[in-house]
Design a protein around this ligand. Sequence first.
Ligand code: SF4
Length: 598
Amino acid sequence: MASEPLRIFPSGPAPRELPDYLPARMVNEFVYCPRLFFYEWVDGVFRESSDTLEGSAQHARVDKPGKGLAKASELAEDEKVHSRSVMLSSEQYRVIAKMDLIEVEGGTVTPVDYKHGKPLEGIDELKVWPADRAQLAVQAIVLRENGYTCDEGVLYYQGTKQRVRVPITEETITETVTAIRAAWALAERGPIPPPLFGSPKCGGCSLAPICLPDEVNRLLEAEPDERQMALFVLDSGEAPKKPAAREMRQLLTPRDDLKPAYIDTQGLRVGRSGGVLQVKDKDKTVHEIRLTEINQLNVMGNIQVTTQAIQSLLEEGIPVCYFSQGGWFYGITTGMVTKNVFLRQKQFALAAQPWFCRKLAGRLVAGKIRNQRTLLLRNHIEPPVRVVAEMKAMAERAERCESVQELLGLEGNGARLYFGQFQGMLKVEQEDGDGLPGDGGFRFDFQGRNRRPPRDPVNALLSLAYSMLAKDLQIACYAVGFDPMMGFYHQPRFGRPSLALDLMEPFRPLIADSAVLNAINTRMVSAGDFVAVGDSVMLTPGGRKAFYRAYELRMDGLVTHPIFEYRVSYRRLLEIQARLLAKMLEGEIGEYPVFVTR
Ligand code: SF4
């Protein structure tokens, strides 16, 4: 029986304060893509790409202060001046423009706008992009309202070093005023517009990893309407045809080039010199790490990080994660990454709705049981038919569960069945740990899950893996704008990252358990990598380092997404899933597609 839908209907944006004026640059964004405009101006989301960085560098060169622009009434007929970085506004349309350059000659003014790309190539003439023309027209509007005569503007494309003159006709002004009014209406009333269909613009859009245009269209099973089809034809220059709504492009690279850094040796000190982290043992530099090469710094135990290093890490958007020496996750230091307060408003509002929590929790637990079952089928020497069948039935029941209490019972029973068979996935059996000198006398002999403290090597590895995964999901929560402490299945508890733990459920077997199995079965970690401390079993420093490698190998491994059909690393996947949850909470997509591997 199919489970009930979990639909949140989109509402307009939560009441929010907008700035007094709409910048000309945002009119450009609106004409380019209304969704991009909404993200940037209404939600305050921004992400650098090579294009935005290049654009900023080029603007920095032209933004040098120059001679100020005289008042319109004071311009002399024979005056010929160039004024740079001039800011003017229009009260009538509530727009503001910072103009790169104004050329004044013969009593008229010509705004010159610098663009880092190239013009649109027409058949007989150079054309400008509609979004660039709208931005220039906003500049003409503010100049005219301030009393200047402005009949044309210039777009200077730095990519090809070409100046394109743009006459400011009545038609251009009307078109631009319509865009300004539509942009204000959208910002004030929302909701966020749907993604473009198959548009080539998405390939060059810095927000594609946040917007997930093709993913959202696929989940909505949407068909483009007439306006979207017209836009597709305009943007792609292709003959009118229906863009394939279900065509999937991979706009994200499968893996992040940046890697997490782990500092594990006790007593080390991390400082900073320029763009490099220097890891020192007393006064001797033992390791150097470029800030441009890492995406997180993991501090394992008693390691000091200087204020200068933390400031630079936060400036670069690199979180610092703190663990105990034994792998207990204490928390994260991040920069100002949680700008999207409106998402957190929705998160808190829905976390207070028992029906919603129950349904989402049911899907998460079902996903976890299904992934545990798949892991058994893939790795167990001989998975018992009864167990596999029971787990399948449990996953189906979890989706239909009517109470969280019942769900907790199902999850516990599923875990007992799964961990009852875990030993069958360990392929080294008793070859290790036969009491040979230096092997610590341990065996990879798993009798069931135990923790706080773990009392055997497999449990020590599982606890460390879950700690690392919880940390990575907290980072994903922060990247999206969630509060990782407020969950839907895991109830709020002091210091517990409940939402990170919710998102983690389906990934426990796929990432953490799988990394543990791989570390043991490929002998990356052996019985000699453990020590007994009282009742607990801990990894040695060498064993921990080996396991970090096993974990990162798993996170870097590519997996085929069952809905989107492209291959991505598990690390990328965690952020994609967190973004899809945000889109579901905001009512953009109907269901949260829990990741279930085939
Ligand atoms: S990825 Fe495409 S649809 Fe999404 S904001 Fe960018 S241009 Fe618009």
